[in-house]
Design a protein around this ligand. Structure first.
Ligand code: 1CP
Length: 343
């Protein structure tokens, strides 16, 4: 049996769009909250293959999505490079900021695979348990987005610390990006070695970069990672998500060689169809807050998205992750709408 999600990424026509949801495993599910508590902390959950496999399966038991994303986080890369990391409940990630060349030089790629080996075991376990119809997506953060957390030490609305460092000392900042390109390429190759069937690169904060900086800190590192992966796995589908990149998407697609892109909620749908979906399959882009609201408005907008993208490759998804206050029944309602839709 072929997997609808992978067929679409190959440019094939299917009976209906494929679908999965960013953060389909996570805090809106009571069974996830229970597992996280049992694990001790969010990071303990990420590094415990048995638990990470279980939480990846949880949403699929309620609704059979066409794909599942490995349960982990983008910040395991800085952690494996030697940066301190903790996830504080209600606050998010906290890292000791890398704000000088000496702190940057103290990071090391030598123990990368040793530190990340539990994650490879999760991928391997998922690969043998997801079944015939559900594709396994591996992922990593793109270098720019990961660097914003490494430099600031936590999430921030404007990514000011990384943007300033990139302006004040671009050659040193480039060293950080180069290290991330190397680590991320080799991390993703290992995920494919262990059974990932497609990869997604999350550049959640690329929207804060002006045109030239977008080229240097988003497009170039992404292109290099894709080149490194394709040297080993020429056919692996890679989905880019330069969130907030707006009119810079077409260039991103042409210059990086991504197989497909995810689009965010702010993107006008008809523009995206004409300028993006005409180049590659598109993934997106329902507003996660509309999913949380549910009802007729959710149904109407889901059908509008399905109709607009029906003539090209479309993987239905949200414009960003499911929010914790989302009633699980709304995820079931949306899954049914997509599952019943026919081309
Ligand atoms: O409290 C909890 O249980 C932790 C909540 C949580 C979860 C479920 C975090 C903390 N990360 C994750 C899992 C996760 N993160 C996945 C796999 C699960 C899935 O999608 O089903 C993925 C792909 C990510 C990726 C991720 N982590 C991104 C990129 C996508 C995005 O959301 O923009 C980013 C930016 C992070 C950092 C992160 N992880 C967690 C938090 C609270 C944050 C910070 C977000 C911020 O700065 O606003």
């Amino acid at each position: 049996m072929s997997k609808r999600f992978l067929e679409i990424l190959k440019g094939k026509k299917t009976d209906r769009p494929a679908f999965w949801f960013m953060r389909q495993a996570g805090r809106y599910l009571p069974e996830y909250m229970e597992k996280r508590k049992e694990a001790g902390s969010f990071l303990d959950l990420c590094y415990n293959p048995e638990f990470a496999i279980e939480v990846t399966h949880q949403p699929l038991r309620r609704n059979k999505m066409d794909a599942a994303i490995l349960f982990s986080d983008i910040l395991v890369i800085p952690h494996a490079l030697g940066q301190d990391l903790a996830f504080q409940v209600g606050k998010g990630p906290v890292l000791t900021p890398i704000d000088s060349l000496s702190k940057l030089n103290a990071l090391s790629i030598d123990h990368l695979h040793e530190c990340l080996s539990p994650i490879y075991n999760t991928v391997k376990g998922l690969s043998s348990t997801l079944g015939q119809e559900t594709a396994l997506i591996g992922f990593a953060g793109a270098p720019w987005t990961v660097a914003t957390y490494m430099v600031q030490g936590h999430g921030s609305p404007d990514q000011a610390a990384a943007r300033s460092w990139a302006y004040n000392d671009p050659s040193v900042f480039q060293k950080l990006i180069d290290l991330l390109v190397e680590a991320t390429s080799s991390y993703l190759i290992r995920q494919v070695d262990h059974g990932a069937e497609a990869l997604q690169l999350f550049d959640s904060w690329s929207g804060s970069l002006p045109e030239k900086e977008f080229e240097r800190w988003c497009i170039h590192p992404t292109a290099k990672i894709i080149q490194n992966i394709r040297a080993i796995y020429p056919d692996i589908p890679i989905i880019g998500f330069p969130k907030g990149a707006g009119a810079k998407y077409p260039n991103f697609i042409k210059e990086t060689g991504v197989t497909a892109v995810s689009i965010d909620t702010s993107m006008p749908l008809e523009w995206a169809r004409d300028h993006i979906q005409s180049l590659v399959p598109i993934q997106g882009s329902l507003d996660p807050l509309l999913l949380a609201a549910g009802g007729d408005a959710l149904e109407k907008e889901a059908l509008r998205i399905l109709d607009i993208f029906k003539d090209g490759g479309h993987i239905f998804n949200l414009g960003h992750g499911i929010v914790p206050q989302t009633p699980p029944e709304h995820v079931e309602q949306l899954s049914k709408i997509i599952r019943d839709y026919r081309y």
